[in-house]
Structures are given as C-alpha cells and as structure tokens.
Design a protein. Structure first.
Length: 455
C-alpha cells in the first residue's frame, strides 16, 4: 500500500468503534484521508512519501469545539467579570463587538483560530456572532482549520416603531445568501444559519432557519438558558419555558445545537432527549460566569437520557478544549458527590465524537480510523506532565493541556508543527492584534477595570 504520510511508533487514542488505544502504533494518510491505523509492525509494509517518527507523540483526533466566538479575541481580558450577565452583554460585550471594523474582526478571528489549532482543535462551530461575514470568511479560509460560521442574526423588534416583518425578512435573506456563498459542499469553512438565541429571534425566524437547515443539511446553533432570565422571559411572553416553546414551534431536532442549557427543568431535558437536539456545555464559561451549572445543570440526567452533549469554549478567555475536558471530568463529580460521573473517557468523547455529531460530521471527523478525514493532534509526551505514561486517556484529560500539542494535521495538511502554525504568520498577526485591540479599547471610552493599579 502507498500513502502520503506515515506516522509510526506513536501511542494512538483512536476513538474508533472499539475505542482502541494502540501503543507503538502507526497511522497512514493519503491525501486528506486516513487510510490505515494499527500496530506499527502491521503497517510496516506501507510505502509513504513522508515517514514521521512518532516516538514521543500521542495521537488523538483533532478536537471539535462546538461553541466559540471567534471575533471576540481582541477584547480578551477587558470585560469585567463581576457584573450581572445583562450588564456584561449590554454595556460591554455587544457595543464592543459592534464597534470592531471588518479588518479588526478578521484579525480577531485569525487569533482565535491560531489559539485553537495550537491546542489541538481542528473543527469549530462558531456561535453565530460574526458581523463582517465576508471579511472574516476570507481571512480564515486559508488558516487550515475546519469550521462552520454563523452571521450575527437576531430579528426581534424591541423598538415598537421598527418594521418587524422587515427585520425577519432581512435576517433570513442574509442567512440564505451566506449559505449560497459558502455552501457546505466539501469546503473546510462553510456557513451555517446560526441564531444568537436567548429571546432575540421571533418564532417565524426560528421556523424558517429550521427549515433552511434541514433542507441544506446544515444546522442551527443558538444560545439558551445560561442563567434564569431566558426562562423568565419565555414564561412571561408565551406561558411556556424556552425548550417547551421551541418544541411547540417544531424546531427541535438533530440539526439544532442549543448552547449552555443550564437553567432547564426536567420536562425541557426530556424534550431535548426525545427530539435528538444537541446540547453544548461550556464548563469554563459557565463556572466563571456564575451560571450555577454545578448546582442546577441537568447534564448528568441529559447524558443518561441519551442526549448528545458536546463541549465548547465560548468567549475569548481561552480556546483550549483540553482545559474544558478536564473541567467536564470533574465538576459534576464534586457537585453530586458521585465519582462515577463524566469520567475522562466520556469527556474525550464529548470533545471529539459528540462534537462531530452535533455538527453533522459523524463518520467524517472525531476519530482516527480508515475513511475519516486526516484531522490529527500529536501531543508531545516527553513533557514532564506526561511522564510516566501509564493510562493515556486518563492523563490526556487530567494531567495534560493544549500547550503540549506539538503538531496538528487537518485534511492531511500539517497546520501546526513544533507548536507553531504553519499557515498563519503568528508574529505578524499578534503584532497587528495588539495594535488593533488598543485602538478598540481607546475608542470605546470604557475603562480598564483592574483591582490593582496597572502602571
Ligand atoms: Zn456564546
């Protein structure tokens, strides 16, 4: 057999149907596809154009991050963390977002992607908050990552003088245009008709995007119920809780990814399970946001009922899915005083296979197996946190983090090598991002809130 790349002598956490973990393993790539995975001795007959010594590497599938705001990076660290949720969004995050120029959004997105690639994430689902859509899509097209991106979409007429029907018409037309311009036709970065969610979309828009997603084989991602105010709003306006209302509209289903989902009741969790709706949990954002995820979250119940739970990093603070996995594998054990909850192997499934399922990419990414896309993260197991190597999956989740990712391939292309992106000029990007961030913050008129003097 011939191949383009053969990585041999590595430890391989395959995430294949049998969940094999292979010591002294080998993985062969032809074009953009994995063609063989097994013991190095069994793959020794493969003739490859490039043979990579995998001793010192542990290979995992590239991680799948199903909730990330890629254009938020330039305001990282600037938004105070101690304000009420509504004030954080209304006075800080949203005005800052809307003040970014298209060029600033493009640089923010590339910084987020560099941070994701370098920590082993090869596929992301953007949160539906990109405003300068074409500029961002153009900027990220050649970074090497795989992604689905949504335009900032909301249509509720908060101003009584607004033309409500026009808002809905325009919002939907923009999404249809995006899907036509960046179709899911095999390209790595494509558009999805995402919604901001919460209470910002009308019933009509929810129904139109569900139909659009089903018709185009794409999906819809939307925020819901991180804190209690979504439920309060829906109860006041519709007499039903948010997920009950969405069920009535007929918009739940495997095409939908609802994000956060902390303040649910048992009936809503049942509706999610029965409909095949995906749920993305962002443990890092939830903990620091004070959502009450450990006290109120029904994630153990939803997982028990068969809900597909995936993981996301959410805002700008960090983009490391390994950190998120580690949190997932610990917080409900503590909250419920039950050490059997969300063990390491389940957290790894969430960050790979479950994420792929939420994005309609099952059988394409999320595992290292013949026929899958060659999306691979190589972890440097000669770092101190990896030594000695006793239990690869346990140590991946509990001991290591994304800084140990040495190399990454997407579609068989090495997009990270020796901890540096190969298709992004990181030095230039970082210099540009720093200058732009300072300009954005100066324009905003908002203060840098720091407990201690910054001199
Ligand atoms: Zn979000």
């Amino acid at each position: 057999m011939q191949a383009d790349i053969l990585i041999t002598g590595a430890v391989i956490v395959t995430m294949d149907a049998e969940r094999r973990v292979i010591r002294d393993g080998a993985l062969a790539i032809s074009g953009d596809t994995i063609v063989a995975v097994g013991k190095a001795a069994d793959l020794a007959g493969i003739e490859a154009r490039e043979v990579i010594d995998g001793a010192g590497f542990l290979l995992t599938p590239g991680f799948v991050n199903t909730h990330v705001h890629i254009t938020e990076t330039l305001i990282r660290g600037f938004v105070p963390g101690d304000l009420p949720f509504d004030e954080t969004l209304g006075r800080w995050v949203i005005p800052l977002y809307k003040d970014h120029s298209p060029a600033e959004q493009a640089v923010a997105a590339k910084l987020a992607i560099a941070a994701m690639l370098r920590t082993g994430t090869t596929t992301f689902l953007e949160a539906g908050t990109v405003i300068a859509f074409d500029e961002v899509m153009g900027a990220i097209e050649n970074t090497g990552i795989r992604g689905r991106v949504g335009r900032w979409t909301e249509d509720r007429a908060w101003d009584p003088a607004a033309d409500a029907q026009k808002l809905t018409r325009d919002a939907f037309a923009a999404l249809e245009r995006d899907l036509a311009a960046y179709p899911q036709d095999g390209r790595r970065v494509a558009a999805w008709p995402n919604l901001i969610g919460h209470m910002t979309a009308t019933d009509g828009l929810w129904q139109q995007v569900a139909e659009l997603a089903r018709r185009t084989g794409t999906g819809v991602s939307a925020h819901m119920s991180p804190v209690a105010n979504d439920a309060e709003w829906y109860l006041a306006e519709t007499g039903r809780r948010p997920v009950e209302h969405l069920a009535e509209l007929g918009v739940l289903g495997p095409h939908l990814n609802l994000v956060h989902m902390v303040h649910l009741d048992a009936r809503e969790a049942e509706l999610v399970a029965a409909s095949g709706t995906n749920v993305t949990h962002c443990p890092d954002a939830a903990l620091r946001g004070g959502y009450g995820t450990m006290r109120r979250g029904l994630f153990p119940e939803m997982a028990g009922a068969g809900v597909n739970i995936a993981l996301g990093t959410d805002g700008a603070d960090n983009h490391d899915m390994m950190r998120v996995m580690s949190l997932m594998a610990s917080l409900f054990r503590d909250a419920r005083e039950d050490r059997s909850l969300f063990p390491a192997h389940q957290a790894l499934e969430m960050a790979t296979l479950n994420g792929a399922q939420a994005m309609g990419l099952s059988g394409t990414v999320g595992a290292l197996a013949p026929g899958m896309k060659a999306d691979v993260a190589a972890h440097d197991i000669r770092r101190p946190e990896w030594v000695p190597l006793n239990n690869p999956v346990e140590q991946l989740v509990s001991s290591a983090d994304g800084r140990g990712v040495h190399s990454v391939w997407v579609d068989g292309v090495r997009v990270v090598e020796n901890h540096r992106c190969t298709l992004i000029d990181e030095d230039a990007l970082q210099a540009e991002g720093q200058v732009m961030a300072e300009a954005i913050l100066a324009r905003s008129g908002l203060p840098l809130v720091s407990e201690w003097p910054v001199l």
